[in-house]
Design a protein around this ligand. Structure first.
Ligand SMILES: Cc1cc2nc3c(=O)[nH]c(=O)nc-3n(C[C@H](O)[C@H](O)[C@H](O)COP(=O)(O)O)c2cc1C
Length: 171
């Protein structure tokens, strides 16, 4: 796909086919996240990529809205340092968002769907993933080929209109 097509094709996918993701494609998605910009280039992320079915099922219990993790071909667990203050927390969240989005668009470019999940149970997450106490599981990004339709640029989206969002020269 062209970049503009990949941007328009990305949508949250929560039902995945049984098809495995080639290792090279998974690595490309992870590398895209690694290359994301961050405040002062702090790169406040580690990625734990999970493909083992039992572990994916267990991971889906970290949040009530994470059921799709169990059905994914792979899930990227985005682990971040526990912030020292509110300013760092805000910057880190922005940076994690950038890393997530570039991974989602890179996946879409490869025809691979992605679906976020938030995290509620940090103890369960830590016991499954083994990250140190200095860190927490910020988000999960499920990956896999969509079970319904292949990704293609969307013509209609559930979004505020362009005119409502965009302000020119002043609000
Ligand atoms: C920070 C963040 C957290 C999200 N958490 C969840 C979640 O826990 N479970 C879920 O099913 N979707 C989750 N989503 C997906 C959003 O609901 C989805 O992106 C939004 O409805 C727009 O739909 P689209 O991605 O198909 O455009 C999350 C998205 C973001 C950006």
């Amino acid at each position: 796909m062209q970049t503009w097509d990949a941007v328009r094709a990305r949508r949250n996918v929560r039902d995945f086919s049984d098809r495995a993701i080639p290792d090279a494609d998974l690595d490309r998605i992870l590398d895209a996240g690694r290359r994301a910009p961050s405040a002062r280039n702090t790169q406040p992320w580690d990625f734990v990529v999970v493909t083992d079915r039992e572990r994916l099922i267990a991971l889906s219990h970290v949040w009530r809205g994470a059921g799709h993790i169990a059905r994914s071909a792979a899930t990227i667990a985005i682990v971040a340092p526990v912030p020292t203050d509110d300013r760092q927390a805000g910057l880190n969240q922005f940076d994690l968002g950038q890393a997530s989005m570039v991974m989602a668009v890179t996946a879409a470019d490869l025809g691979i769907g992605s679906g976020h999940a938030a995290v509620g149970d940090q103890q369960l997450a830590q016991s499954l993933l083994g990250f140190p106490n200095t860190h927490f599981l910020a988000y999960l990004l499920a990956l896999g080929y969509p079970a319904d339709q292949p990704l293609k640029p969307l013509t209609q989206m559930d979004r505020r209109s362009f005119g409502d969002v965009v302000h020119r020269d002043h609000w």
